[in-house]
Design a protein around this ligand. Structure first.
Ligand SMILES: [Zn+2]
Length: 179
């Protein structure tokens, strides 16, 4: 008698706590781990899988979609973007270093470079543009190009920075506007 009362109480509690308990009961067939917690979890961790769909059918559904091999913010991209940002930081300091030694900044006007905040913003936006380009490649399924965008950007920027540090003589031959 006492046991049945407790069971009834538990059932009432479930009804109160989980308004959609009838649906929750259906879900326990698929999700045994959430049974008994009383919490209303989403039907599935994958939002694109409808409730009650045959697993094999959902598998076909995924296979029919365009190739999606990895999340954009996966570990590899995290490291690549960190590398791009690092190479940009290196470029920032190497350019300032070059300016201090009296070199002419050939890609930007000296005014912009000497305005350190604006120059830093340009370096940061270059990183942002690179990540944006990688995202576009990722979005359209070009995952190799997506990685290479960061790798090439990193390589070019680092090469330029090293060259900035290594410059010993000023090159005035390419000065624009000179006869
Ligand atoms: Zn990708």
């Amino acid at each position: 008698m006492r046991g049945r009362g407790a069971l009834l109480l538990a059932a009432v509690g479930l009804m109160v706590c989980a308004p959609g308990s009838s649906r929750a009961q259906e879900k326990t067939v698929q999700q045994t781990d959430s049974a008994g917690t009383g919490s209303q979890q989403p039907a599935s961790t994958r939002p694109d899988t409808p409730v009650g769909v045959d697993p094999s059918a959902s598998g076909k559904h995924i296979a029919a979609r365009p190739e999606k091999t990895h999340g954009f913010w996966d570990k590899e991209n995290d490291w690549l973007f960190a590398g791009v940002a690092a190479s940009r930081t290196l470029d920032y300091f190497s350019t300032l270093n070059m300016r201090r030694r009296g070199r002419q900044e050939i890609f930007l006007t000296n005014d912009v470079v000497d305005n350190h905040a604006a120059f830093a913003a340009i370096e940061a936006s270059a990183t942002g543009v690179s990540i944006g380009a990688a995202y576009l490649f990722h979005r359209y399924g070009h995952h190799k190009l997506e990685r290479w965008t960061s790798i090439v950007h990193m390589g070019l920027t680092t090469t330029g920075s090293v060259r900035n540090y290594c410059l010993k003589t000023a090159h005035f031959s390419a000065t624009p506007g000179s006869p």
